[in-house]
Write a protein that binds this ligand. Sequence first.
Ligand SMILES: Cc1ncc(COP(=O)(O)O)c(C=O)c1O
Length: 418
Amino acid sequence: MDRNDDDRTNSRTKALVAAGYRYYVPNYKPRHAIIAHGKGSKLFDLEGHDHIDLGAGIGVNTLGHQHPALVDALTAQARRLWHTSNIYFTEPAVKLAQELVTSSAFATRVFFCNSGSEANEAAIKLVRKWAAQRGKSPREREIITFKGAFHGRTLATVTATAQPKYQDGFEPLPEGFVHCEAFNDEAALENRMSPKTAAVMLEPVQGEGGVIPAKPGFLKFVRALCDRRDALLVVDEVQCGMGRTGKLWCHMWEEGVKPDILTSAKGLGGGFPIGAMLAGAKVAEVLQFGSHGSTFGGNPMACAAARVVLRHVCDPAVMANVHARGLQLHSALKRINDDHAIFAQVRGRGLMIGAVLDDFYQGRSGDLMEIARKHGVLVLQAGPDVVRFLPPLTITADDLAEGMTRLRSAIAEFVRNT
Ligand SMILES: Cc1ncc(COP(=O)(O)O)c(C=O)c1O
């Protein structure tokens, strides 16, 4: 079946898409397809078209789709126990907490929740409580974040997100956030620091902001600055963590840097919703009984899934695949660019890669994403000017090569039509 021929979209797909558009709050604009199932790095729509998945549900399906170890763990857990709340311990949650602490090299305790926004919300509350316990007034509990950052959609995290387009109309926004006007700029950050600063919060690779890695030495600088000014360092690894860049946690690329707080979600559950906040010794005792919570946080199904993902991400063979496939992706994009001159820059780390559209094509990453889908390859955008690639960490060389072949023909069509 011709995947470009919208007229041949079957009636079930059309009816479901129409119902989705009829019944969802219109905050999303889903593509006119129904994804029915996935296997490895491929997704299949209702009509049987296959797609090479280079987006992994926005960096979530760490081990691809239907990974046998995940299916087994979730099936076994589903037969045992689905939920207890935090009134009780469960084995998957306790073991996952222990494994996250042991593998982190800085954390001593963990708080579980359900999403990246919630993990960051917990981090923000922890920073404020820490400052409060040190006798700081509410005005002295500021958190500095960076231009281009994305930290979530709750009111506090959308305020931390230094991008006005996400905040517009949601005022009044909570106080206590300061936006540094440039990421990777030591002097700009130093200017923003003051006795009122309680923490600096950053993504070691900015994701939604355009896939912008922290430059070498920047995290070290921020860590030292925070230490000098008695402020905490919070790393948001919701997108760039869990092996995505080729190390378990992305900040580990910068030798010797240990954050005070790390947030994770997305890839942690491999497709099952879970978030986590890891806390270092300095702050691990701050949130005492009753101070924070989450009904679903630490859900045994989610934790059973995350344990499997963590075990695989800690396997050197999986990290080797991230390095190898990252290089393969870079060089395939370079070859496509040699022929079509569509990208000004390809940047990123491991399997977190952004291709910046050349001036002539700026603003069109969403269009390219849609053409790519029709050619059977799913990519993402990071803003209007950047095409983003976050494939499963387990993607095979063959699937990636097939995805790049399809992307090449999509780009040829895109260039022809522009
Ligand atoms: C770096 C970062 N932090 C936080 C979030 C928010 O995560 P969630 O959508 O799970 O709330 C995202 C989502 O894209 C993210 O990329």
